[in-house]
Design a protein around this ligand. Structure first.
Ligand code: CAA
Ligand code: NAD
Length: 292
């Protein structure tokens, strides 16, 4: 499935990225680095300013390390145009949305994108868990809607998980696979089931770490050190949850729980309480840990 001989594909030259947060800023950096004209849109102007600063600093680090020329760095930054009106995306070949993890909000965006983008444009979602088939059903081009799931931080993590909705065409799958490879990523393909491959497996582990903390098995530090040194994970599960965003972890667990109907996915009350309290993780300065 999903690996049929690729039909002739058109090169993706212009990319719209919607949501300029942790993920969208990294995705915009990758697309600009591959030579695409990038239109980066966010409903919050402050997020766009933060994204430009973070992209400049991330590319600047590569220049300092001798992995990128100053000219290539400057050219990449120049290829990113920050916009506040979705109409500016009407000429792009591919849209990748990385807005809030809410099915209703994403569907509203897909309805709008379907109206304003050119008929051949591909609409991709970076959702962590939401059904691509249901997002596609909000449009009149379900064969051109696909999941393009990046990992945090997108410039460093080597994977893109591609999710085919029920109607995603082979041609669109091929184009998105080629584009993912062009920006330097390895690709895996998942069927459209809750949490896809990686989060289906990762989020229950994170949830279990919250249960271990909640039920007093150990301190947060010992839980994280256990998984770092005991299983060679780069970050412990609680630290990783803070890094991802506790709101996103909770949203994914709720999608797993409602979509798969098994209580083993029921979010730990401690995770729910942290999110209720606005302790969303590193991005808010406080989650399981505090960040100065
Ligand atoms: N952008 C660009 N480069 C970055 C970066 C960023 N945001 N963060 C770190 N880096 C670079 C650093 O410059 C450094 O590069 P060099 O080795 O060339 O100097 C390298 O990454 C390592 O960084 P650090 O030394 O600062 O820190 P580290 O060794 O702890 O690595 C990490 C940081 C790569 C994030 C590492 O801790 C890690 O791999 N953590 C796990 C990340 C992970 O599992 N992500 C997936 C989460 S799940 C997901 O994303 C899906 C979902 O839907 C929720
Ligand atoms: P974030 O909170 O850092 O950024 C989201 C951005 O979207 C914000 O800047 C917000 O202002 C903007 N936004 C929200 N609604 C919008 C709208 N209707 N129109 C335009 N902009 C809007 O979130 P993030 O961590 O970058 O996650 C974004 C998406 O990527 C989510 O679907 C998430 O599940 C997914 N994702 C996250 C991670 C992760 O580790 N954080 C990894 C993979 C996928």
């Amino acid at each position: 499935m999903g690996t049929q001989a690729a039909p002739a594909t058109r090169e993706i030259a212009a990319v719209g990225v919607i949501g300029a947060g942790q993920m969208g800023s990294g995705i915009a950096q990758l697309a600009a680095g591959a030579g695409c004209a990038v239109f980066l849109l966010d409903s919050d102007p402050a997020a766009l300013s933060r994204a430009v600063a973070s992209i400049s600093s991330s590319l600047g680090r590569l220049v300092t390390k001798g992995q990128l020329s100053q000219t290539a760095c400057d050219d990449s930054v120049k290829r990113i145009k920050c916009v506040s009106d979705v109409q500016e995306l009407r000429g792009v070949d591919l849209v990748i949305e990385a807005i809030v993890e809410s099915e209703d909000v994403k569907k509203k965006l897909f309805v709008e994108l379907d109206k304003i983008t050119k008929p051949s444009a591909i609409l991709a979602s970076n959702t962590s868990s939401i059904s691509i088939t249901r997002l596609a059903s909000a449009t009149s081009r379900s064969s051109q809607v696909i999941g393009m799931h990046f990992f945090n931080p997108p410039p460093i993590m080597k994977l893109v998980e591609i999710i085919r909705g029920a109607d995603t065409s082979d041609e669109v799958f091929s184009q998105v696979k080629s584009f993912s490879e062009r920006i330097g990523k390895a690709v895996i393909c998942s069927q459209d089931y809750p949490g896809f491959i990686v989060n289906r497996i990762l989020m229950p582990m994170i949830n279990e770490a919250f249960w271990a903390l909640y039920t007093g098995v150990a301190t947060k530090e010992d839980i994280d050190t256990g998984m770092k040194l005991g299983t060679n994970h780069p970050m412990g599960p609680l630290q990783l949850a803070d890094f991802i965003g506790l709101d996103i972890c909770l949203s994914v667990l709720r999608v797993l729980h409602s979509g798969l109907g098994d209580n083993k996915y029921s979010p730990c009350p401690l995770l729910v309480q942290y999110v209720d309290a606005g302790r969303l993780g590193k991005k808010r300065g406080q989650g399981v840990y505090s960040y100065g």
